[in-house]
Design a protein around this ligand. Structure first.
Ligand code: EZ4
Ligand code: CO
Length: 402
C-alpha cells in the first residue's frame, strides 16, 4: 500500500487551516491537520518543500517507522513547526489504516473505554453578570463543563472574551492586536467572578478557567488558593511551562487542580510535570504534539502518574484534529475532558464530519477512519488570509505573555 500522492490544502473558511491529504496507490486517502495558528505557511512549506517528496512511494502501513524517520531523520528535533508537520503525516496514516480495515480509528487504539467524551465549552462576558448569563446559555445547551473568562474591569481586551458567540477567535488580519494586562487587577477580580458563579449555579457544573500563561508561580499559587472554595475542575496554564520545575511552588500552596500543555509539542516538554505529578491534566493534542502516535506515549506516561488528559480543542484546531482527538479520548483509559469550541458554519461545510454533540459529550462516530472529510472545491473558495494572534503588554508598555 504505497503512498502515491500527497498534497497540502490551505484554506480559510472563517479562519486559516492547513490540511494534509495522503493518497495511496489503491485510491484510499487520509487526512491530517497541520494548522499552527498565526504561523500556518511555515508548516505548509515544511511539508511541501521537505517532507512530502520523501513520502511518495513509501509504505502507508508503516506508521511508527514513518514517525521515527521524520523525527530522527530531520536531525533538528522538536519545535511546533516540525511536530505539526509530523502530526499531520501520522494522523493521515492512521486514517488510511483504519479505512483500509473498515473500522473507526478508536477500534485500532484499543477500542472504546467509555460511551462518549465529556467536553467543555467556552463562556465569557464583558462583566460578571454577562458571564453568568453565558454560563446559563451553555447549561441550557446541555454542557456539563464550562470554561469561564471575563473582561477584567479597567483593562481593554482581556483574553478569552468572545462577544456572545459559541467560539472565541483571537487571531486578526494584517497586524497583531495589542491587549493590555495587569496581574494585580486580574488577581483581585477572578475570585469574585467564581464566587458569583457558584452562588448562581451551585456545586454541580464543572467550572474551568484559563490563565493563559500570565502569572508568576507565586501569583499563580495565590490565585489557586483563593479559588479553592469554588472547586474548579481545573486552572489552566497558570504560568509559562518552559521551566517545568516552576510548578513545584504552585503545588506547594494550592489544591486547585492544574491543567497545562496546549503549546507542548513532545513528551520532553512535560515529562517532569508528569513524573513529579505537578499537574492534574495534560493538554497536549494531536496536531501540536506529533500526532496520535506520540500523544499516546504522553498519555501512557501520564497514566503512570495518575494525570488525566484534557486535549486542547480551540477553533484553530481543525475538525480533522477534533475527530482524531475524539478517537484518542474515547480509547485511552486516563481521559479527563476534551475542550470543544464550535467551528463556524463555513468551517463545518468545508470539513464534513461524523462527530456529534449530545448532552454535554461528543462521540467520534463509527465511520471507517477518522470520520472527517474535506470538500476541496469548497475549500478553494476560501483562500488563505494572513492572520496574527494578539500580543500583550503591561500598562507601562512592557511585553507580557499573551
Ligand atoms: O489561545 O488556541 O484553551 N484554549 C486556549 C486557546 C488558544 C488558541 C491559540 O491559538 O488557550 O484559545
Ligand atoms: Co488555553
Amino acid at each position: 500500500m504505497k503512498i502515491a500522492d500527497a498534497k497540502v490544502i490551505v484554506c480559510s473558511p472563517g479562519r486559516n487551516f492547513v490540511t494534509l491529504k495522503l493518497v495511496t496507490e489503491d485510491g484510499l486517502y487520509g487526512l491530517g491537520d497541520a494548522t499552527l495558528n498565526g504561523r500556518e505557511l511555515a508548516v505548509a512549506s515544511y511539508l511541501n518543500d521537505h517532507v512530502l517528496p520523501t513520502l511518495i512511494g513509501a509504505d502507508a502501513r508503516r506508521i511508527e517507522d514513518t514517525w521515527q524517520l521524520l523525527y530522527q531523520g530531520a536531525y533538528w528535533r522538536r519545535g511546533p513547526v516540525t511536530m505539526a508537520a509530523i502530526a499531520a503525516v501520522d494522523t493521515a496514516l492512521w486514517d488510511i489504516k483504519a479505512k483500509s480495515l473498515h473500522v473507526p480509528l478508536y477500534q485500532l487504539l484499543g477500542g472504546a473505554s467509555r460511551e462518549h467524551v465529556l467536553v467543555y465549552g467556552h463562556a465569557s462576558g464583558d462583566g460578571i453578570e454577562d458571564a453568568v448569563k453565558a454560563v446559563a446559555d451553555y447549561l441550557a445547551l446541555g454542557y456539563r463543563a464550562i470554561r469561564v473568562q471575563c473582561a477584567v474591569p479597567g483593562l481593554p481586551g482581556t483574553y478569552g472574551v468572545g462577544g456572545g458567540k459559541l467560539f472565541y477567535e483571537p487571531a486578526a488580519r494584517h497586524a497583531p492586536p495589542v491587549n493590555i494586562w495587569s496581574s494585580e487587577r486580574y488577581l483581585e477580580f477572578v475570585p469574585r467572578l467564581f464566587a458569583r458563579l457558584r452562588q448562581e449555579f451551585g456545586p454541580d457544573p464543572h467550572l474551568l478557567h484559563d490563565v493563559h500563561h500570565r502569572l508568576t508561580p507565586i501569583e499563580a499559587a495565590r490565585l489557586g488558593k483563593s479559588l479553592e472554595p469554588y472547586h474548579l475542575f481545573w486552572l489552566e496554564d497558570p504560568t509559562p511551562a518552559e521551566v517545568q520545575a516552576r510548578f513545584r511552588l504552585i503545588r506547594q500552596h494550592t489544591t486547585t487542580p492544574l491543567a497545562v500543555g496546549e503549546v507542548f509539542n513532545t513528551i520532553y516538554d512535560c515529562h517532569q510535570l508528569l513524573e513529579e505529578r505537578l499537574v492534574d491534566y495534560i493538554r497536549a493534542t494531536v496536531v501540536h504534539a506529533g500526532g496520535i502516535s506520540h500523544l499516546r506515549k504522553i498519555a501512557a506516561l501520564a497514566e503512570l502518574h495518575q494525570v488525566r488528559t484534557g486535549c486542547h480543542g480551540a477553533t484553530d484546531l481543525s475538525p480533522v484534529c477534533m475527530a482524531a482527538a475524539l478517537h484518542f479520548d474515547l480509547s485511552v483509559h486516563n481521559f479527563g475532558i476534551q475542550e470543544y469550541m464550535r467551528h463556524s458554519s463555513d468551517t463545518d461545510r468545508v470539513f464534513p464530519h461524523q462527530y456529534r454533540f449530545e448532552a454535554g459529550a461528543l462521540h467520534p462516530g463509527n465511520a471507517p477512519g477518522l470520520g472527517v472529510d474535506i470538500d476541496e472545491t469548497l475549500a478553494a473558495q476560501f483562500p488563505y488570509q494572513r492572520a496574527y494572534l494578539p500580543v500583550n503588554r503591561l500598562q507601562d508598555g512592557t511585553v507580557h505573555s499573551w
